[in-house]
Design a protein around this ligand. Structure first.
Ligand SMILES: C[S@@+](CC[C@H](N)C(=O)[O-])C[C@H]1O[C@@H](n2cnc3c(N)ncnc32)[C@H](O)[C@@H]1O
Length: 257
């Protein structure tokens, strides 16, 4: 076993109720993943499964769902949500850089930017090697990440910009989140800080986290070197081709060159 957990135990992913409340707006990918599970399932594996947000549409497609996730609190909430799908759903605590389930799947996916938590090429390579171990000749691997935006990468250091608003899950009080970031072009690491404020409680929570900015050429290289052939590169959930105006980069790949 490789020793990754401390790094993957991210402070940003310890409060599962807050995560779901904060991401109330993220619904544009649900129909997409339901369709992918229908087309490429039925045995589906999600890496970095979170609180089970994407498990639901996969299960609604009639697929069998396995999720690997490192955060215990997130797994607990996901298990609560999936009790109705007892026979069809399985959640496993693990690090996506080092998991060995000893079976193959028809569809393996990494949704909603989770791939950006793989901070180095070595992390990405370890993850793709594990994915490869769980592929048969017709397994489809799908990765969904955003395209790094120069305006986001090079905005003034310490400039706070509005990031999101959400209702506090306990009180319903409006919470405002602002963001600063510092991008290091040498490592392609983007160091972000989120500031949470309520009307009379400025900065009641501050969270730091880091995302690797993956550009399309890097994704091509990493997938190729890991033994995958890219079938499709989409720029949105409507499956339009990735181009210079795309916000998303969605890769569909199979084993082979
Ligand atoms: C942006 S959230 C996405 C969660 C879920 N897929 C969704 O769409 O809501 C990223 C998730 O990746 C998980 N994660 C980050 N690094 C991980 C790793 N190395 N192994 C397993 N899970 C990881 C986090 O704990 C978090 O749940």
């Amino acid at each position: 076993m490789r020793n990754f957990p401390a790094e993957a135990d991210l402070p940003v992913y310890q409060d599962a109720g807050r995560y779901d409340a904060e991401h109330w707006w993220k619904v544009d990918d649900l129909a997409f993943w339901k369709a992918m599970a229908g087309e490429f399932g039925p045995q589906v594996l999600e890496l970095a499964a979170g609180t089970g947000r994407l498990a639901i549409p996969v299960l609604q497609a009639g697929a069998t769902y396995t999720g690997v996730e490192v955060s215990e609190p997130f797994l607990k909430l996901a298990r609560d949500k999936l009790t109705a799908y007892d026979q069809q759903a399985c959640l496993i605590r693990g690090d996506i850089r080092d998991f060995h389930l000893k079976k193959t799947f028809d569809l393996i996916f990494i949704g909603f930017n989770s791939f950006l938590h793989l901070l180095t090429d070595a992390d990405a390579q370890a993850t793709l090697a594990c994915v490869r171990e769980h592929c048969h000749s017709d397994t489809h691997l799908i990765i969904d990440i955003f395209v790094p935006d120069p305006l986001f990468l090079y905005r003034p250091k310490n400039k706070r910009v509005p990031a999101k608003n959400y209702p506090d899950p306990d009180s319903g009080a409006p919470v405002k989140v602002e963001e600063t970031n510092r991008y290091d072009p040498d490592t392609e690491l983007n160091h972000l800080r989120w500031y949470y404020s309520k009307e009379h409680e400025k900065d009641f929570l501050i969270i730091d986290f880091t995302l690797r900015m993956y550009f399309p050429d890097t994704m091509d290289r990493l997938l190729h070197d890991a033994g995958f052939r890219v079938l499709e590169k989409w720029g949105d959930y409507q499956r339009r081709p990735l181009d210079e105006n795309s916000d998303l980069q969605i890769y569909v790949a199979v084993v082979g060159q």
